[in-house]
Write a protein that binds this ligand. Structure first.
Ligand SMILES: CC(C)(COP(=O)(O)OP(=O)(O)OC[C@H]1O[C@@H](n2cnc3c(N)ncnc32)[C@H](O)[C@@H]1OP(=O)(O)O)[C@@H](O)C(=O)NCCC(=O)NCCS
Length: 164
């Protein structure tokens, strides 16, 4: 992509589902049934964001709101924005597509009342860990054997800045 190529971030619509499933299968070993994408969308529609370049969908992220114990204070409950999945097609990477997607989804989760944001990432996925660190996520826990193939995950999280 050239510096001038414009990346459009927009909300997911159900007509985009096949393309999102296609990107998910191309880019990640964690694949889900169609019903899972639909459920996430119905629960948290604005947390489901897409990136388009020249009218082509090149990436997505989806998040949802979960309530439970705070990741930062064991004595408190929190509303947590969970990034469930994110992927960008290989030829569109390193152009801040994922950064823009996460920023859009996080903003929506903040509007839905999230106090904290979190996600899981494979320990070997250096690109994704660096991406999340660049967006202020910190490793808060190691989850042993988290994935089906037994690889461990980092649980990464941050508190939502509630200034504005
Ligand atoms: C991880 C992924 C979503 C990143 O998407 P992207 O659009 O390339 O990310 P960005 O361009 O927004 O990257 C922002 C920053 O993250 C870091 N980063 C991203 N990819 C990186 C890589 N391959 N190596 C090192 N750092 C990387 C860099 O700090 C980068 O900033 P820079 O390019 O100015 O150095 C993409 O590589 C992908 O889809 N991977 C396969 C699916 C996946 O692993 N999803 C995450 C599951 S938890």
């Amino acid at each position: 992509m050239t510096e001038q190529t414009s990346i459009i971030i927009r909300y997911f619509e159900l007509r985009d589902l096949d393309k999102v499933i296609d990107i998910n299968r191309q880019c990640l070993p964690e694949n889900y049934p169609e019903s899972f994408f639909r459920t996430i969308f119905s629960e948290c529609p604005k947390g489901f964001a897409l990136a388009e370049v020249n009218g082509i969908i090149v990436g997505y992220t989806m998040g949802r709101i979960e309530s439970g114990l705070s990741l930062f204070s064991i004595f408190h409950r929190a509303k947590k924005g969970h990034t469930v999945s994110i992927a960008v097609l290989p030829e569109y990477r390193r152009s801040k597509v994922a950064t823009k997607l996460i920023n859009a989804s996080s903003e929506a989760m903040r509007e839905y009342g999230a106090d904290e944001l979190f996600l899981e990432v494979r320990m070997s996925n250096t690109a994704a860990v660096k991406l999340y660190e660049s967006l202020d996520y910190k490793i808060v826990k190691e989850l042993r054997h988290y994935y089906r193939d037994m690889e461990g995950a980092y649980l990464m999280a941050q508190k939502v800045k509630k200034s504005e």
